[in-house]
Design a protein around this ligand. Structure first.
Ligand SMILES: Cc1ncc(COP(=O)(O)O)c(C=O)c1O
Length: 354
């Protein structure tokens, strides 16, 4: 049988099986059209700069953001860590929110890879304010680490998919310019923010010195992130990627998924956001729930009412709904490309009767 047909049949069978997986938007699998694009990709050795599909993806992403250059990497952790390495020298300080992925979930990479220290700020659901950044910038004093980089995350994962106000980002940028700091964006879910706030990639490209975007979350690719920045910055980033072991060879097969996703899977995020709002409203009415964080994009986080989060997760699993305990009293649902309207209806019925 034609391999695309086989994949299509497996895809349909999996959807019918109806395990509804809300643990993360990283669990998506490529559908038949994305797989077709991958199978048909033209490839070459990317370490020699000869993979035409990777070159096309990098050019396309840089063009969307109006930025000079881009480098394709296997993961969002790698793009963030490369950026931090490129922006800092050992002993410099990185300023970010306490919940930031770069600090909480990248294995201590800021210390491990860049020998940099971190100043944590306590923002509102992952979002820090310019006045906090201002107060966090160290004076020129030999006792203090050299403040060098601000990292923002949009949307914020632990903030429940919260979106930054672009005007606040611009104020932070102004401070960075005045104090000779760089500004990096962890845009793993920037696509969700752009759709929710009706903003454009170029508005972000104008403000940030570097942006990491993920293709493997809301956009549904199996692998891949892109780091964007100025030409010289990306030249150095490419070198660091090699040092980190991220130089890929015929990576065009996965870059083709990225191109497909950028062309086809951005606008549809609106549907994920609508589904997340619906589910959030139903969850908020249940007695087991203390409060639900405002649902701005595709993530729903709720605080349980004196019930261990894990027991809710376990009970839902018995009903074939998978979600995730992000703390002892916190549960997270993430809506994504592989969550169909039928699955949303079924989830709502189950939660109503829970
Ligand atoms: C906000 C954020 N940044 C970065 C990453 C890292 O991406 P990856 O899993 O591709 O390393 C994630 C992963 O979930 C994330 O949520």
């Amino acid at each position: 049988m034609n391999p695309i047909c086989t994949v299509f049949l497996i895809y349909i069978a999996e959807k019918r099986n109806m395990i509804i997986d809300f643990r993360s938007d990283t669990v998506t699998k490529p559908g038949p059209a994305m797989l077709k694009a991958m199978i048909n990709a033209k490839t070459g050795d990317d370490v020699f700069g000869e993979d035409p599909t990777i070159n096309e993806l990098e050019k396309m992403a840089a063009g969307m953001f109006g930025m000079e250059s881009a480098v394709f990497c296997p993961s969002g952790t790698m793009t963030n860590q490369i950026a931090i390495k490129c922006h800092t020298r050992p002993g410099d300080e990185v300023i970010c929110d306490e919940s930031a992925h770069v600090y909480q979930y990248e294995g201590g990479g800021i210390a491990f890879n860049s020998s940099a220290s971190v100043k944590l700020l306590y923002g509102d659901r992952g979002r820090i304010k310019a006045e906090q950044v201002k107060a966090a910038i160290n004076p020129d004093d030999d006792h203090k680490p050299h403040s060098k980089l601000v990292c923002l995350e949009n949307t914020s994962n632990r903030g429940g998919g919260s979106c930054y106000d672009l005007e606040e980002i611009k104020k932070i940028k102004q401070l960075c310019v005045q104090n000779n700091l760089s500004l990096h964006l962890d845009g793993a879910r920037l696509w969700n923010a752009l759709i929710a706030k009706k903003e454009t990639p170029k508005q972000f490209g104008e403000v940030f010195d570097s942006i990491s975007i993920c293709l493997s979350k809301g956009l549904g690719c199996p692998v891949g992130s892109v780091l964007l920045g100025k030409k010289e910055f990306i030249k150095r980033a490419r070198r660091i990627r090699k040092v980190f072991g991220g130089g890929m060879r015929q990576g065009g097969f996965i870059a083709a998924a990225g191109i497909y996703a950028l062309e086809n899977n951005i606008e549809r995020l609106e549907q994920d956001h609508a589904h997340a709002k619906l589910i959030g409203e139903v969850i908020a009415k249940r007695s087991m729930v203390n409060s639900v964080l405002p649902v701005e994009t595709n993530i729903i986080i709720f605080e349980t009412a004196n019930i261990p989060a894990q027991s809710i997760v376990d009970k839902l699993k018995e009903k074939q709904i998978l979600c995730y305990a992000t703390g002892p009293g916190r549960v997270r649902f993430v809506v994504h490309l592989d969550i169909t309207p039928e699955m949303v209806d079924k989830t709502i019925q189950i939660i109503k009767n829970f």
